[in-house]
Ligand binder design. Structure first.
Ligand SMILES: [Ca+2]
Ligand SMILES: [Ca+2]
Ligand SMILES: [Ca+2]
Length: 221
């Protein structure tokens, strides 16, 4: 009985990855052939793996980025301020924030490397999905938006975005994107956080808070 549940779950995961791949990625046919071949030779539970990558280092060095640490109240680009720790601690009360955010004000973070069971050859990672938690504070009569882009070099691989972040706080999850990535590609992924401000009215600036960032990867073992 237990074994059948594993089989059904594994088959569903493969169909999901394949369906996304067919729509977006030209190599989807090859992927489906590879997964079909694995199905005949491997245990079903070994075919697909998932992992969550979280920020593990500040990336923007001394760049003037206008983002501030909630724990120290100092700019993320100040020496010795480690803003990434606020984004991977599973604590909504710790965050980076930007008063009156605009798209030119980026905060960048490195991500965890691929887990040990991601194969070292080929392009085992087949899809990625970006999520983050954000909240609006300050002058909530204004509208703030937030975007987290997943980048490899100068290319944006995937993103999550919401043009109207609520003052109650919300989780923003991007689309699952089918993309072939090598293990080295995964190790080099990083995220870029930006915001927008629109609307007006009296009062001070609106504040965008980002308290968590995660990237889910799906790979073939
Ligand atoms: Ca946090
Ligand atoms: Ca929203
Ligand atoms: Ca990395």
């Amino acid at each position: 009985m237990k074994r059948w549940r594993w089989l059904v779950a594994a088959a569903a995961a493969l169909v999901a990855v394949g369906a996304v791949g067919l729509g977006v990625w030209p190599g989807a046919a090859a992927l489906l052939n590879v997964t079909a071949a694995k199905l005949t030779t491997q245990t079903f539970t070994d075919v697909v793996g998932t992992a969550t990558l979280r920020p593990n280092a500040d990336r923007d060095g001394q760049t003037h980025n206008q983002w501030t640490s909630s724990s120290t109240g100092t700019p993320c680009n100040s020496p010795s301020v480690q803003c990434y720790t606020l984004l991977n601690d599973n604590n909504a009360n710790t965050y980076i924030f930007n008063s009156n955010p605009s798209p030119s004000q980026q905060a960048q973070f490195e991500l965890d490397d691929a887990p040990a069971d991601v194969p070292a050859s080929g392009s085992p990672v087949v899809s990625v999905r970006v999520s983050f938690d954000a909240k609006k504070s300050g002058n909530i009569a204004r509208t703030v938006g937030a975007t987290v882009e997943l980048r490899l070099g100068t290319n944006t691989v995937a993103s999550a975005s919401d043009s109207d972040i609520s003052d109650a706080g919300e989780t923003v999850t991007g689309s699952e994107v089918a993309v072939p990535l090598s293990r080295t590609d995964v190790n080099n992924l990083y995220v870029v956080v930006t915001g927008t401000t629109s609307g007006g009215g009296p009062g001070g600036p609106a504040v965008l808070q980002v308290s968590s960032i995660s990237v889910q990867i799906t790979y073939l073992k």
